[in-house]
Ligand binder design. Sequence first.
Ligand code: ADP
Length: 497
Amino acid sequence: MSTIYESLGTQSASFIRGTHRLLIGGHWVDAQSGKTFDVFDPGTGEVVARVAEGDAVDVDLAVRAARRAFETGDWAKMKPADRTRVMFRLADLIEQHGDELAEIEAVDNGKPLAVAKRGIAGTAEMLRYMAGWATKLNGESVNVSVPGEWHAYTTREPVGVVGQIIPWNFPLSMAIWKIAPALATGCTVVLKPAEQTPLNALRLGQIIQEAGIPDGVVNVVTGFGAMAGAALAAHPDVDKIAFTGSTETGKRIVQAALGNLKKVSLELGGKSPVFVFPDADLDLATTGAANAIFFNSGQVCSAGSRLFVHRKVFDRVIEGVVEHGDTLKVGHGLAPGSQIGPLISSQQMQRVSAYIRQGEEEGARRMNRQSAPDNGGYFVRPTVFIDTSTSMSIYREEIFGPVVCAMPFDDEDLEAIAAEANNSEFGLFAGIWTQNLGVAHKLARRIKAGSVSVNAHMVNEPALPFGGYKQSGWGRERGREVLDLYTSVKSIAINLD
Ligand code: ADP
């Protein structure tokens, strides 16, 4: 084993080394098949844990447990204020275990420890924000026009058993983004973490038990997408499936959900534009544009992977972004001073490297030449391309790595600029850097994307809805809007005559 693990605290080290079973109905159980699979540290390529390999049989047991908990358990019937209290307790526990969770994330996902620690605070805030909604899920009284005297009103009821399939880029916070609105609304959950990063979902399962959330309300089934994930998406007794991941897999989820027409929400890919106008604070914009694509090694659905810079300031901004990328310390998540970590897997490293080669073959100019650490980890250094064109695959496709395509723009014709931003099958996010409020508002209006940030890149704010136009997804997570995904509205009309 690499010596890097000597810096782990005793709790995270013993958790990672421990036995990892499935959480079903409040019990930690082996997969029925007895199978397990390896978990790799992407920073070293070493196997760090073995985890139960759940399949359709285990998913079925978990769905049954979630159904029992929903229909007969205390959670959905619990007073909303009590649900809030339990969720607050969970948020407090996540913060108390913050260092440990961050260390597990650094080993499992590869992100730098400091970044993982910052993520913990956001995760706890998401839980607290959603916890607050539990007491505010009201219907309304409705004025009806049919003859007679009526009392008509609506109620909001939990949608039921929810399957949640999450990706590997932010293992803990993606789990909480999914679980929090389900808990607030009184649903029960079967969570399927990504096979690359199952550890923190399992540790979270333990903390959920410690917080006093009743058995069966949250079940965790680790396993592969094509087996456990597909079984959950297709299960006839799952009322809703919530998915975050690639657009390709999202389409499979939709197909699988057809059988019982379960509700589906999808948070999928992106190819998000960032615009830098010449009047922007160029230092901030340059750092912002660099962070937009290099943060988390570009493994972010809302990464700013298409950078449009006004020709007047193009050279200056691009030089700055290249330099920013070149000076970032790329290294193992636990190594002191690491600023960006590895990609998640050897497969992902090969995929991103293939895009970089293809970009060069197609005639784009690659501005960075530094090489990545060579220690067995899955590292790819920040990469900026100029001389790109709209037909190139690096420009059109989601790379999910630290690779940005830069393009100059010449005029202030906002219709033309927005048309270029919208020239994509995705529509998740856009960033605009300008001091001109008129330009900012007008462009924000014209962009077909679920979120727009001005003079910032992505605000990690639980109150702001997040989700995609076009093939970036269905529905909105975060904010009040997510509650619509986890509740059904019932209208009740009483004839008073
Ligand atoms: P990637 O290809 O980068 O791993 P995915 O979108 O395939 O991204 O993975 C996101 C999540 O979807 C993971 O939890 C994965 O296990 C799951 N998944 C993959 N394939 C399927 C599938 N066919 N049905 C359901 N879930 C799947």
